[in-house]
Structures are given as structure tokens and as C-alpha cells.
Design a protein. Structure first.
Length: 184
């Protein structure tokens, strides 16, 4: 049986024990897409997985994965252009305006935590940057403890600022650890 026949029969990826073979078919397609997913930290630029041509118009790549893994992946032509896996209809919303293909390994036990509940809206992944206040940032950059920055801020009657917010400097309380006999 050819890779293409097996992919059409069983769906993809093809799972044999802990070996997983991703099979992609694209008539006259050159170059083949890059494979990204949980297995390479979604790093298509730094650690892309390039598929190898195994038959005319058929590309594949085999990985060894944990037997209890839940895996999401995508085929990419470019950073913005995803391609559908023609043999895997199982997709999940990724929170970043796209869907990922998904599969589970033979020993994976899905919990209620990954099951999508009816009536619950999709979330969106967002990115936020919080910058430290200048006094704190200068001290942190030099590897100095932040307590002196708090002391100066306290003396000036203000807290230490982060991203335009001011938080009061609270004294750090140290507890003595009990020795092995339980004494303090």
C-alpha cells in the first residue's frame, strides 16, 4: 500500500505505536509546505520540519511522540498562509484567527478541560507588554536589589511605579526556618 493510499484509508497523521507520519498530498505542488506544531514549539522559522517527497505529489515526515500526547499542528506555505491537511478533518480554534489540525496518540485520555462546551464563546489570545518604572528598571538591569528603590520611593512619599501604576513598597518579612528538630 502506498503512503497516499494509506492516508486516504486511515486519515492522517498515520500512527504506528509512537511513530507518527504526516502525509501531505498536493498535485503539482512545489515546494511542499512546512510542518509546525506542538512538537517543534510552532517554530517554522527557526526549527521548521520540511516534508520529503515520498511519491509523486506526496510528501511525508515521521516523528516519534509520547504515546499519551494531544497534538495540534499546521502545514504552512508562508508565515501567513496555512494549508489544510487533506486527510485530517479534525480542527480546533487556536485563538489567533486560525484553526489547527489536531490528533491524539493511542494512550491519550482526554479530560473535560479540553472538551469544548456548547454555548461557550471562543476566546482570543492577546499579548500585553508591561514595562517597569525607570528606577526599578535601572536597578534590575544592573542586578541590584529593588529594596533601595523602595526606600527612596518611600522617603519621597510615593510607591514604586510599573507601567504608570504606583504600588506601595511593602517591607519584606523574613521567617526563620525551623531546624530539623522543629525548634525556631
Amino acid at each position: 500500500m502506498t503512503w497516499l493510499e494509506r492516508a486516504r484509508d486511515e486519515g492522517t497523521p498515520l500512527i504506528d505505536g509512537d511513530q507518527v507520519t504526516f502525509v501531505w498530498y498536493g498535485e503539482g505542488a512545489e515546494p511542499a509546505p512546512i510542518l509546525v506544531g506542538d512538537f517543534n514549539d510552532w517554530d517554522g522559522a527557526g526549527r521548521p520540519i520540511r516534508l520529503e517527497q515520498v511519491e509523486p505529489d506526496v510528501w511525508a515526515h515521521t516523528l516519534t511522540l509520547p504515546a499519551d500526547a494531544y497534538i495540534e499542528y499546521a502545514y504552512m506555505l508562508s508565515r501567513e498562509e496555512r494549508l489544510a491537511d487533506p486527510f485530517n478533518p479534525h480542527v480546533v480554534w487556536n485563538g489567533m484567527d486560525a484553526v489547527n489540525h489536531v490528533f491524539i496518540m493511542p494512550e491519550c485520555d482526554l479530560t473535560d478541560l479540553v472538551a469544548r462546551k456548547k454555548g461557550v464563546q471562543r476566546g482570543t489570545v492577546t499579548r500585553h507588554l508591561v514595562e517597569a518604572g525607570s528606577t526599578v528598571a535601572r536597578r534590575a538591569a544592573r542586578g541590584l536589589p529593588l529594596s533601595a528603590a523602595c526606600d527612596r520611593s518611600r522617603a519621597a512619599g510615593r510607591g514604586v511605579g510599573w507601567a504608570g501604576l504606583h504600588a506601595p513598597c511593602l517591607p519584606v518579612q523574613h521567617r526563620r526556618q525551623p531546624d530539623r528538630a522543629g525548634a525556631h
